[in-house]
Structures are given as C-alpha cells and as structure tokens.
Ligand binder design. Sequence first.
Ligand code: AP5
Length: 216
Amino acid sequence: MNVILFGPPGVGKGTQGEKLAAEEGISHLAMGDILRAAVRNGTEAGMKAKTYMDAGKLVPDNVVVSMIEDRIAEDENGGFLLDGFPRNVAQAVALDEMLSKRALIVDHIISMDAPEQSLLDRLCGRLICRACGFGFHRQYSPPQKSGFCDRCGGELYQREDDREEVIAHRLEVYREQTEPLLGYYQDKVGFSRLDASGETATVYAALKQVVKTQHG
Ligand code: AP5
C-alpha cells in the first residue's frame, strides 16, 4: 500500500503517519525528517536545505525530489507513506514520473485539515526528542517527566521553525504553494478529505476508516 498524507503544518501528518505506517508495516517517509537528518549529518543537500527550513520556506524542488526518489527506491517493495511530499505541482509531477518508472501507484491521497488556530496551538506547543524523534505536546500530550522523552529518556527540544513568526510564514507558504495541489489530486482515484480537528485518537480512528473503506 502506498499513501500520501497531505495537509498544513501542524495538522498531524507526522503523528498519524507514524502510527498508520507502523500498523500497516509500510515505511514512513517524512520529508521534513529526511531533511533534518541531512542537516544533522552535514551533507551537501542538508546544508543547502537548512536556510530555507529555518526561514519556513520550501527547499528547492531539485533537492527534495532527488532525496525522496532515493528513499522510494529503497522502500519500493514494501509500500510507503509519504508525509510532506509533494508540496507543489512540480513535485507531484516528478512523483508521478518516478512511480510510473517503477510501475507503482498511489492507493490513497488523504488530505487532512484543521482550523488555523488549532494548527498554531499544536505547533507552538510541540516538543521533539533529540534522540529518537518522538513528538510530544506541552498541553495535549505532555511527557511524564518534563523535558524528557517517555520512550527513550532523551532530551526534548522545540524545532527552530516552530517559533511563532516562522510558523506564520509556513502557513502562508502552505496556503499559497501547497494547497493548490488539491486541484491536482482531488479528482484522482483514492482521494479523500479527513477532518483532523479532533483529538489525536479520534483523527486516527477516522484515518483508519478511510483506509479500510478504500482498501478493504
Ligand atoms: P515538515 O517537518 O514536513 O513540517 P510541516 O509540513 O510544516 O509539518 P509539521 O511536521 O510541522 O506538522 P505535522 O502535520 O507533521 O504535525 P505533527 O504530527 O508533528 O517540514 C519542515 C520544513 O522542511 C518545511 O517548512 C520546508 O522548509 C522543508 N520541506 C519539507 N518537505 C518539503 C518539500 N516537499 N518541499 C520543499 N521543502 C520541504 O503535530 C504537531 C503537534 O501537534 C505535535 O506536538 C502533536 O503532538 C500535536 N498534535 C497532532 N495531532 C493532534 C491532535 N489531533 N490534537 C492535539 N494535538 C495534536
């Protein structure tokens, strides 16, 4: 099964995508995580990406397309869930081309959305584990011990681009450059919309239902 999870920053793509991918036994390919790993590792692509990411801008298409193509090539037999890719029509066209070369198709394109105030609250309160990458929220899913990860005990931090002024710019970039992609996808087989405004467990139940209805 191949899935695209689409939606604005903070809507819950990472939270829901990680759980669904684990349950379905497919790879969770989160573009933001792949880019942050490249930055940490000091690769050439990571160095190029960092200034764009810190400013809340999209990283140039040629950088992200080649990174995701490499990951899809690694995972093509097992199925994948794409989170944060594609983010504009040029990336969607590049994805179609790389999948058709491999005779792969996307089974589900799920577009998540939630009110802007919820997105802001979720992003402003997000905390991430430096060691394992697991996500928490100061208010909605706080760690048991303040500042430390429940899973591995690692230190929690706030992402550089989760500062209020950068969040505002990321949301603007989403509305201007990424949301128009809905026009590209909405008439395709497997497209559905998902209300992601509820609690995490409610959204996950609805997500599973979408997958079950379409996939059996
Ligand atoms: P990326 O890391 O992909 O960021 P994003 O799309 O802005 O998405 P987020 O990770 O911020 O949000 P999410 O939807 O995953 O929410 P989450 O589940 O964490 O990208 C970062 C940057 O990389 C971009 O700005 C860009 O520069 C670059 N980039 C990435 N992809 C690119 C591409 N294709 N092209 C070019 N550049 C690219 O949830 C957020 C918080 O809310 C968490 O704390 C969570 O616990 C909480 N939460 C989640 N769901 C709920 C709920 N239902 N109720 C209450 N709290 C909830």
